[in-house]
Design a protein around this ligand. Structure first.
Ligand code: FAD
Ligand code: NAD
Length: 471
């Protein structure tokens, strides 16, 4: 079977990039089809990424807090037990609710949804191997590639998602392992490592670089995050590279080496989480059938308006350039549809926030200190610790600080780095300020409600050009 009608837009992939583009196109009155092979909409983010990980992070934090942080709040608890099966069920309920919600939004906005795997038959036609069996094909005036990414495997260690796991396995373990080694101290390693550490596993994170959190995280904040995560029981081996692994025995063995050339060491663990990054996923798409290029890292090559070599075929999200973040994919989705429909669109890549949902959370936007230094950009720093913030004190949650970087001449905000309670929500304020080109004085002269954590944000801004009142 094939649909004879040519669509205005055919989207391959129903992840955040694809589904947002589909809804936006529907809202713009375009005839749109979205092809997704997973059987569920929402892609990595909703099914095996952002959403299930945050469910486990939230509930494991609650469990950990009830175990370790109630007495001084005047709450006495009895026998606290983990019911992992129920915790996983709560996660699944959140995922199902949200993915079904997108199906509803598709119907509401007139988006045709085909469950199957799309392959380029020609520059205007996508052949679809249907999940339920059989084939169909769709033609589109415009085509959007939004096929996302997959975990980068570790050479020589076969992923079975039980003992050698990626984030997907880490979201579905059936029991708490005694020991877990995490290869890679990026965001996935720290978030999922936190979950299993809170639930009782002995977690060791091995990171090649000399800081956790990846290069975007401000080095001072990364150090502080490492200290706080260590206090919660996680171990770190920085400047250390995992060279090889062996999962033939009862325990998995990893050969690690100091990246600066120290003594090699063998680590043993019941479970190894491979979290060394993600790579674009374009397998089976048939890019070669129409001569579309990928770069040396497998990213689909596009121009500033998301166009591939064939101008009516665009690409957005994890399978092309830029940070692999859901909100980045979402921004691109709206912009790509606007380029098609109106001829203009906009994403400010300098103002994309990052959040690590550990406790405390770490969040940042704009440039960090090491980036400004390496570019010889002058800056001044204002900080404010949560230990001096009245709300953090009443919440007995005072670890961390807000750090602002501003232009010394104009006070224009250059970057904001937060480690502390609710950092992920607070960073929205910095993102808005940065997008609007605000100065730190603009921020500090804006009235903030009392008592809120956001007052720490205001006072850090004040500290860049004057003195904070409460510290
Ligand atoms: P994807 O979400 O990967 O979607 C692509 C979809 O295309 C998939 O569903 C796939 O099945 C489908 N597809 C592929 N090929 C075909 C084909 N040929 N035919 C039909 N369908 C196809 N980001 C954040 O911003 N915040 C977070 O908190 C966060 N947490 C994360 C936690 C984890 C554990 C992981 C792994 C990622 C997390 N991310 C987070 C990253 C986020 O999930 C991605 O950036 C986001 O999902 C990218 O969206 P996308 O639509 O480009 O790709
Ligand atoms: P990452 O690139 O952020 O981190 C991987 C880390 O592994 C790096 O720090 C790297 O130095 C290290 N590494 C690589 N090879 C190694 C080796 N052999 N030995 C030791 N260390 C090694 O990747 P990730 O954490 O896997 O995350 C993948 C993507 O998913 C990222 O783009 C991330 O932004 C996204 N994500 C985002 C969130 C969020 O926004 N909260 C959550 C999860 C994932």
């Amino acid at each position: 079977a094939s649909s004879s009608e040519e669509k205005d837009l055919v989207i391959i992939g129903g992840g955040v990039a694809g589904y947002v583009a589909a809804i936006k196109a529907g809202q713009e009155g375009m005839k749109v089809t979205c092809i997704e092979k997973r059987g569920m909409l929402g892609g990595t983010c909703l099914n095996v990424g952002c959403i299930p990980s945050k469910s486990l992070l939230n509930n494991s934090h609650l469990y950990h807090q009830i175990l370790h942080d109630t007495k001084n709040r005047g709450i006495e608890v009895g026998d606290v037990k983990l019911n992992l099966k129920e915790m996983m069920k709560a996660k699944d309920t959140s995922v199902t609710g949200l993915t079904k919600g997108i199906e509803f939004l598709f119907k509401k906005n007139g988006v045709e949804y085909i469950k199957g795997t799309g392959t380029f038959a020609s520059e205007n036609e996508i052949k679809v191997a249907l999940n339920e069996g059989g084939e169909t094909s769709v033609k589109g005036k415009n085509i959007l590639i939004a096929t996302g990414s997959e975990a980068t495997p570790f050479p020589g260690l076969e992923i079975d998602e039980k003992r050698v796991i990626t984030s997907t396995g880490a979201l579905a373990l059936e029991k708490v392992p005694e020991s877990m080694v995490v290869i890679g101290g990026g965001i996935i390693g720290l978030e999922m490592g936190s979950v299993w550490s809170r639930l009782g596993a002995k977690v060791t994170v091995v990171e090649f670089l000399n800081q956790i959190g990846g290069p975007g995280m401000d080095a001072e904040i990364a150090k502080s995050a490492q200290k706080l995560l260590k206090k919660q029981g996680m171990e770190f081996k920085l400047g250390t590279k995992v060279n090889s692994g062996d999962n033939s025995g009862d325990k998995i063995k990893l050969e690690v080496d100091s990246s600066k050339g120290g003594k090699p060491e063998t680590l043993e663990a019941d479970v190894v989480l491979v979290a060394i990054g993600r790579r674009p996923y374009t397998a089976g798409l048939g890019l070669e059938n129409i001569g579309l290029e990928v770069d040396d890292r497998g990213r689909v090559v596009i121009d500033s308006e998301y166009r591939t070599k064939a101008a009516h075929i665009r690409c957005i999200g994890d399978c092309t350039f830029g940070p692999m973040l859901a909100h980045k994919a979402e921004e691109e989705a709206v912009a790509a549809v606007e380029y098609i429909k109106k001829g203009y669109g906009h994403v400010n890549y300098g103002v994309i926030p990052s959040v690590m949902y550990t406790h405390p959370e770490v969040a940042w936007v704009g440039q960090n200190e090491q980036e400004l230094k390496s570019q010889n950009i002058p800056y001044k720093v204002g900080t404010f610790p949560f230990s001096a913030n009245s709300r953090a004190k009443t919440n007995l949650d005072t670890e961390g600080m807000v750090k602002m970087l501003a232009d010394p001449e104009t006070d224009r905000l250059l970057g904001c780095h937060i480690i502390g309670p609710n950092a992920g929500e607070m960073i929205a304020e910095a993102t808005l300020a940065l997008e609007y080109g605000a100065s730190t004085e603009d921020i500090a002269r804006t009235c903030h409600a009392h008592p809120t954590l956001a007052e720490a944000f205001k006072e850090a801004a004040m500290a860049t050009y004057s003195k904070a009142i409460h510290f």
